[in-house]
Design a protein around this ligand. Structure first.
Ligand code: ADP
Length: 553
C-alpha cells in the first residue's frame, strides 16, 4: 500500500510539474509576444511617420538590424525591403497584415516558419499616400525556447523529481503508519481516518465472525478427538506416502505399537506384518481391503479404505477392530457343532448296531434283555444329551426356563440330595447337608439344575465310602452354597477347562455324563448373577462354591 501511495503521489507530482512547466512557458511566451507586438507597433508607427516626413530616404537611414522593414505601394508591390531585393519579392497585397493595413489603416500578424522553430511578428501601417510600411521581427517559437532551455529545465525537473520522491515517500509512510498500527482485536481503538471508519467496522465484524467460527471449529475438533479417543476401534488416517496424519490411542493398543517417534512417520513404523502392509498397499491403490491379523490368542480385523480427492487417491482410512471374542465364539460354535455331532453319533451307532443284531435274529432269546438294556441305556444317554443341549441353548438365549421368585437354597439342596440318594447309595457315598436357610431371588429350575449337576458330579467322581457335604450359608456378602466331596479331584491344568462344553478330564473314567453339566452350571450361575469357584486337590477331593448376590436380579 505504501508503495502504491508513493507511486501515485510521485505520478501526480510529476504530471503537475510538467503541466505547470508547459503552462508557465505558454503564459510567459504569450506575454512576451504581446510585448514584442506592442513594441513593433510603436516602431512601425515611428517609421511610418519618418517615411511620411522624409520620404524613402528615411528607410535607408540606420534602422535597427534585428527588424526587417518593408514598404509596399497601395497595390502590394514591394518598393523597399531592408533585407531582400524588392525586385525579387512577389506582390504582398494578400499578406494578412498588409491587407488589414490597406483596408483599416493598421494590421498585425504572426506567422510560423515551416520548421516551427521560428515565428515572425508583423505590424503594418498605411501612409497617407495609400502605401504601407511593414516592420517584422522574428523570434524563436515556444518549443524552440523550451528546447534551448532544456538543460536548466532538465536540471529543474530532476530536482523536482527528487523532491517529489522524498516528499511522496514521507507522505505515504505517514499515511500508512497509523493504519498499520490499528489493532482490530481492540474494539475500542479509535480509527486514524474518519473515512476508514466503515471499513474498519466491517473488518471488526468479520474478525468477530472469524473468531466465532474458529471457536466452533475448535469445539468440533475437540468433540471429534474425544469421540475418536473413546472409540474402542482403532482409527488411523494416512496420506499417499503412508505418513500417519491422525490416529487414536486404540490403534496403539490394538497394534501393540508405540506412539510414532516423530510427526509424519510412516504407518509401517506401527506395524510391519504382511497382512497390514497389504491392506495399506491395496487402499493406496484405490481398493478397499480387509484382513485378519492374529497374534497369540488375539485377533484383529483391519479394514482399509481409500480416500479420494479430485479422482485421485489422496490417502487411506484404516479401521482396526478387536474381533478376538467374535472369532473365539465362532471357534467355540464350530467345536460345539463338531462335538455335538460326535456325541450324538456314538450312542446312535451303538443303538443301530444292537438293533441290527436283534433284527437279524442273531441273539439268543435269553440275551435279548441285555441287548434291549443297551439300547435303553444309550437312548437315555441320548435323551440326557439332547436335554442338556436344550438347556444350554436356552441359557445362551437368555432364559426361557421359568419365572424369577424367592428360592430357599437350603431346602432346594435337601431336595436335590434326596433325589440323588439312590445314586449315592449305589456308589456308597454318604451325603450331608449343613448350614441353614438362605433365600435368594432366582429361577428355581435353573438353581436346581446347578445344584443337581454339582452334587451329581460330587457323587459320581467320588471314591467308594467317600462323602459329599453341601453347606448353605446366608452371609453378609450373599448366600453361599459349598459342595465338597472326597473324590478323585481335578488336576490343576484341567481346573480352568472343566467348565467348557464337552470337556471331560478322563473320558475312560467318565461317569457316562455328557460333559455339559459344569457348562450348564457356569451359564446358569451367570444367568442368576452368581459366581462359581473351584478348588480341588487331585486325589483328595473338590469344592465348588457358589456365591449369590445379596439382592436378587
Ligand atoms: P460330565 O457329564 O462328564 O460329568 P461335567 O461338565 O459335569 O461333565 O464335568 C466335566 C468334567 O469335570 C467331568 O468329566 C470330570 O472329569 C470333571 N469333574 C466334574 N466334577 C468333578 C468332581 N466333583 N470331582 C472330580 N472331577 C470332576
Amino acid at each position: 500500500m505504501t508503495k502504491r501511495i508513493f507511486r501515485s503521489i510521485l505520478g501526480v507530482s510529476l504530471v503537475v510539474l510538467l503541466a505547470s512547466l508547459v503552462l508557465i512557458v505558454g503564459v510567459l511566451h504569450g506575454y512576451f509576444q504581446d510585448r514584442v507586438a506592442h513594441e513593433l507597433e510603436n516602431l512601425t508607427e515611428y517609421i511610418a511617420h519618418g517615411v511620411e516626413e522624409t520620404g524613402a530616404d528615411y528607410l535607408t537611414e540606420d534602422l535597427p538590424d534585428s527588424y526587417r522593414v518593408t514598404w509596399v505601394d497601395q497595390d502590394g508591390m514591394v518598393l523597399f525591403d531592408s533585407q531582400e531585393d524588392p525586385a525579387e519579392l512577389e506582390n504582398h497585397a494578400d499578406r494578412e497584415e498588409i491587407r488589414e493595413a490597406l483596408t483599416g489603416g493598421s494590421g498585425e500578424a504572426v506567422r510560423y516558419s515551416d520548421t516551427l522553430s521560428q515565428e515572425t511578428i508583423y505590424a503594418a501601417r498605411r501612409l497617407e499616400d495609400g502605401s504601407v510600411v511593414r516592420v517584422s521581427n522574428s523570434q524563436y517559437s515556444v518549443w524552440m525556447l523550451v528546447l534551448q532551455a532544456l538543460q536548466p529545465v532538465a536540471l529543474m525537473m530532476v530536482l523536482a523529481f527528487v523532491l517529489a520522491m522524498v516528499l511522496a515517500s514521507r507522505v505515504s509512510r505517514q499515511l500508512v503508519e497509523p493504519i498499520n498500527a490499528i489493532d482490530l482485536n481492540d474494539g475500542e481503538a479509535a480509527e486514524p481516518y474518519e473515512e476508514l471508519a466503515p471499513l474498519f467496522a466491517k473488518l471488526r465484524g468479520q474478525q468477530r465472525q472469524i473468531r466465532r467460527q474458529m471457536l466452533d471449529l475448535k469445539r468440533r475438533q475437540e468433540e471429534f478427538e474425544a469421540l475418536m479417543e473413546n472409540m474402542s476401534e482403532g482409527f488411523l488416517v494416512i496420506d499417499q506416502e503412508t505418513r500417519v496424519l491422525s490416529y487414536n490411542s486404540a490403534v496403539l493398543r490394538l497394534l501393540y505399537a508405540q506412539p510414532p517417534a516423530e510427526e509424519g512417520e510412516s504407518v509401517y513404523a506401527l506395524n510391519r506384518e504382511t497382512g497390514f502392509r497389504r491392506c495399506v498397499e491395496e487402499a493406496l491403490s484405490g481398493r478397499r481391503w480387509e484382513q485378519l491379523l492374529e497374534q497369540d490368542d488375539d485377533c484383529r480385523q483391519i479394514i482399509a479404505s481409500p480416500v479420494e480427492q479430485d479422482g485421485q487417491v489422496a490417502g487411506a482410512v484404516i479401521v482396526i477392530l478387536d474381533v478376538t471374542e467374535k472369532e473365539q465364539r465362532e471357534r467355540l460354535r464350530r467345536e460345539f457343532t463338531a462335538n455335538v455331532s460326535h456325541e450324538l453319533k456314538t450312542p446312535l451307532t451303538s443303538i443301530l448296531g444292537t438293533a441290527e443284531i436283534l433284527r437279524n435274529g442273531l441273539v439268543k432269546p435269553e440275551d435279548i434283555p441285555h441287548f434291549a438294556g443297551n439300547i435303553h441305556r444309550e437312548t437315555e444317554r441320548l435323551i440326557g444329551l439332547v436335554n442338556d443341549i436344550i438347556k444350554l441353548s436356552r441359557l445362551d438365549e437368555g432364559g426361557g426356563m421359568g419365572q424369577w421368585e424367592p428360592i430357599d437354597l437350603h431346602a432346594l439342596a435337601g431336595a436335590v440330595l434326596d433325589q440323588l440318594a439312590p445314586a449315592a447309595q449305589r456308589k456308597q457315598v454318604t451325603t450331608q447337608l449343613r448350614g441353614g436357610t438362605a433365600v435368594i431371588q432366582g429361577v428355581p429350575q435353573i438353581a436346581e439344575e446347578i445344584l443337581y449337576n454339582l452334587c451329581d458330579n460330587a457323587i459320581a467322581y467320588n471314591r467308594e465310602g467317600g462323602s459329599v457335604t453341601v453347606t448353605v450359608e446366608d452371609l453378609p456378602a450373599g448366600a453361599r452354597v459349598t459342595v465338597t466331596d472326597t473324590g478323585i479331584g481335578i488336576p490343576r491344568e484341567a481346573q480352568s477347562r472343566v467348565f467348557e462344553r464337552f470337556y471331560r478330564v478322563d473320558k475312560s473314567h467318565s461317569s457316562g455324563g455328557t460333559g455339559l453339566g459344569l457348562s450348564i452350571v457356569k451359564h446358569g450361575a451367570a444367568y442368576l448373577g452368581a459366581r462359581v469357584e473351584l478348588r480341588s486337590e487331585p486325589g483328595h477331593g473338590s469344592t465348588f462354591t457358589l456365591t449369590f448376590p445379596k439382592e436378587g436380579k
